[in-house]
Design a binder for this molecule. Structure first.
Ligand SMILES: *Cc1c(COP(=O)(O)O)cnc(C)c1O
Length: 513
């Protein structure tokens, strides 16, 4: 299959989503058109019965992947909905049923800071509704220890939501231990298994898990379909999020998406068959990748050494700015910890929660391997990362030119921890700038402006070279306005090197001779 290598870009983002397996697509296509099984599974006529038969066959395939009985699996639109239904549904249901073990205390939920947003946001919603929520900070290589969970359980704890494998680091958690603790305590354990289902063996009944979410598009099925396992027990009563025709035992109303469900079922069956061999194969590739990367300057492993998803490797590079690194790696389709990858200014909250500083989190790259990843892809990825890390390392460490030369005036501003640091080194002759060099750590635009200035400065008057300031550079290079604060750091560093007056509000520039 070459589709994941189109345009010479190697796809290494299988933890974000996977392509649909061709057999899965073929089975789905049988459930769409007039010559296929297009009926509504709720209808009682022949079309409906045929559709229902396909849905129930798929439900059995989906249930088998996690050791569940068919009747205990509810189809949802994906893991986000399954997580919402599990968390909001169980806790609201417990309140409606009058559960209040702690008397006047609000019902209590335990989760962790490293969970997916689809778990954290419903937990936040429960807080707004008056429930108590404890978010644990993982202690052991990104994992919540059973001791941490034991210490956090309260008499009024009704739900614990902890993921099986982390989507950013690949860390596998001890869900067997969590399940045993929850069972002994009388709390329900919900597990977000979006990353592990189809990759690691899971047996919900052997483990005694109350609720488990997973999704088709992370295991070579279609997007828009997932499932929630609901333990058949009086402890686990879900209040629905959607009301309508009473589908899925009244817990999730809405006409069943037959083609999606059939695709999900087929994908689960294929995953179950390939799981062991694929896990061993990917673990070897992951080792090959880490062996190549660990030799690079500043390489740091964010994934745990042991008990990690076989296909996930998360690494940071000390002293390298993440956005510039990612930009240079356009031949690799990768996820990063850099803030430019998300809506917020904060780099990966997961890496911050496991103790990485902003700078380290910002430079993180997540490689996630899949069925069509081969050894040649890994070799190319290593070569590309080595090239870019080497290039940016030189930019930030000097070696660009006349560093610390006698008679050179040097000025710097910013700090790596804040994402931008710049130093200019200038030499004067006859009231003009004779030569200019620089070091820079920052976003691609910051690096580009520094480079441009270093070319423009020689020959211009000292101390006002007449090249304007940050605002002019933003306009000249048509940069996004949010880059202004970063370019002010460049301006401060240049002013400091020239011994020119600082901007009125500036205070970061320092002169070093
Ligand atoms: C992908 C993912 C989700 C969301 O799943 P969707 O089906 O895309 O809604 C939730 N949790 C984890 C850990 C994930 O990796």
């Amino acid at each position: 299959m070459s589709s994941t290598h189109d345009n010479d870009t190697i796809y290494l983002d299988y933890a974000a989503t996977t392509p649909v397996d061709p057999l899965v697509a073929a089975r789905m296509a049988e459930c769409l058109t007039a010559d296929g099984v297009f009926g509504n599974p709720a209808s009682t006529h022949r079309y409906g019965r045929e559709a229902r038969a396909r849905v129930e066959a798929a439900r059995a395939q989906v249930a088998a992947l996690i050791g569940a009985r068919s009747g205990d699996v509810i189809f949802t639109s994906g893991a986000t909905e399954a997580n919402n239904l599990a968390i909001l549904g169980l806790v609201r249901g417990a309140r409606a049923a009058g559960a209040s073990a702690g008397g006047a205390q609000p019902l209590h939920v335990i989760s962790a800071r490293t969970e997916h947003k689809a778990v954290l946001d419903p937990c936040r919603q429960l807080e707004r509704e008056g429930f108590a929520v404890t978010l644990l900070t993982p202690a052991d290589e990104g994992r919540v220890t059973p001791e941490q969970l034991r210490a956090a359980l309260r008499p009024e704890t009704v739900l614990v939501s902890l993921m099986h494998a982390n989507n950013e680091t690949g860390a596998i958690q001890d869900i067997a231990a969590y399940a045993a603790l929850c069972r002994a305590h009388g709390a329900a354990l919900h597990v977000d298994a979006a990353q592990s289902a189809g990759k690691l063996p899971i047996d919900v009944r052997a483990l005694g898990i109350a609720l488990l979410s997973f999704t088709a598009h992370k295991l070579y099925g279609p997007k828009g379909i997932g499932a929630l396992y609901v333990e058949p027990s009086r402890r686990v009563v879900l209040q629905p999020l959607m009301f309508g025709g009473g589908h899925e035992r009244g817990v999730r109303s809405g006409t069943l998406a037959v083609h999606q469900i059939v695709g999900f079922g087929t994908a689960c069956e294929l995953a179950a068959r390939q799981m062991g061999a694929e896990a061993s194969r990917q673990a070897v590739l992951r080792e090959q990748l880490w062996a190549g990367i660990r030799a690079l300057p500043g390489a740091l492993l964010n994934s745990p050494v042991r008990d990690c998803l076989p296909g996930v490797l998360n690494v940071s590079f000390a002293g390298i700015e993440g956005e510039s690194l990612l930009l240079g790696l356009s031949e690799l389709a990768l996820a990063s910890g850099s803030a430019c990858n998300s809506d917020s200014d904060e780099p990966s909250y997961v890496l911050r929660a496991i103790g990485r500083d902003r700078e380290t989190a910002q430079s993180a790259l997540r490689f996630s391997l899949g069925r069509s990843t081969g050894a040649a892809d890994i070799e190319r990825a290593i070569a590309a990362v080595a090239r870019e890390v080497g290039r940016l390392h030189v930019r930030a460490q000097g070696g660009v030119g006349a560093e610390a030369e006698a008679g050179a005036s040097s000025g710097e501003a910013g700090a790596r921890e804040t994402g931008t640091w710049v130093r200019f080194m200038l030499k004067a002759a006859n009231g003009r700038i004779a030569s200019a060099s620089h070091q820079a750590y920052g976003c691609p635009q910051t690096l580009a402006v520094c480079e441009w200035l270093a070319v423009q400065l020689p020959g211009r008057p000292w101390p006002d070279p007449g090249l304007g300031g940050a605002l002019d550079w933003v306009r000249r290079m048509s940069l996004p306005a949010d880059r202004l604060t970063r370019l002010l750091v460049v301006e401060d560093a240049l002013r400091a090197a020239l011994g020119a007056p600082q901007r009125p509000e500036a205070g970061q520039g320092t002169i070093k001779n």
